[in-house]
Design a protein around this ligand. Sequence first.
Ligand SMILES: [Zn+2]
Ligand SMILES: [Zn+2]
Length: 378
Amino acid sequence: MIAVVKSAPADGLAGTEIRDCPVPDPGPGEVLVRVAATAICGTDKHIYHWDPSIQDSVQPPRIYGHEFCGFVEKIGAGAERAFEGALQIGDYVSAEMHVICGECAQCRSGNGHICVRTRIYGLHEDGAFAEFVRVPASNIVKLPRYVPLRVGAFLDALGNAVHTTQVVDLAGKSVAVTGFGPIGAMSAAIAEHSGASVVIVTDVSDHALETARRWAATRGFENFHAFNVRTTPAAEVKKAIETITNGVGVDVVCEMSGSSAAINFGLEIVRMGGTLSLLGLPAGHSVTIEDYTRNVIFKGVTMHGIIGRRMYSTWQRMLALLRSGLDVEWVVQATFDSLHEFHEGIARFDRHEALKVVFFPEGEQNALRRAGFSPAGP
Ligand SMILES: [Zn+2]
Ligand SMILES: [Zn+2]
């Protein structure tokens, strides 16, 4: 099978090879999935460029990629029993790629997303940038037909957005999303879909903000505001947000950028007793809070760190949101009908030309046909 392999500890072409690899065989409790669609995540970009942040987690050679959907190709011994209603060859599925121990204190208290022994397929084990991927049956999620292949391709990332937005009820709330990358974009979409009264987006790129405005316009969403926090002074943006929120501040901040400035800005604009849901990773681990006394303690804010997806309430909510019409397919802004174009796909992602880049290892039309979906338009 063709796979994208982190072949050497190096950046770019020198460290990633698209090459023929043996098709893995599912062991007991494992399932082999034929990959229909797979998407690039920020983590994959770090692996591609061999950034220091991931060097401890990836040991070349390693097939990477962890966002995908596909069809059950082969079922290992006992794996079909891991499922209510059984798992069958040809089933349309995705998978949670954080594989947990099931035994630590977190796992045993319903908090498997923070398992101390988490192994990530696509980092610590081989992943989904391939024609086939092997995963534990326990992590397989069967997909209903209302999930398009193009969305099934990145449920892991959508799950991050759902997790970020599921810590509070967003109905009627004012919500600020700091950082309009793929997960920020999906969080804004979830907020709008969930009945937020106002959605405010901040970013440092006019291109990203243009995409955000276009999205709001196509939804006819009028209570939408976007600010460039690089070209507009923070005090000015804060004043505008005060006006939008009737002097109260925003109820919920979804922080996606990891930038110190954005985190402090979030603490400035959040209302007394508001919530910050924090997903973005800072470049160098540390963040300095500028006015901890006033903005954290005296404000009585709640800060949630978001990692992965809750297993499996985030998946259940994600599917329920998609069923109720949540549209996130628009974040797919580049598709390729072969893994051979991986380097080009990463380049498009690097240049921020596409929020999500999706590969169809056997071509989109073939995958749609295999799924029994009607073929996509031109
Ligand atoms: Zn990811
Ligand atoms: Zn555990």
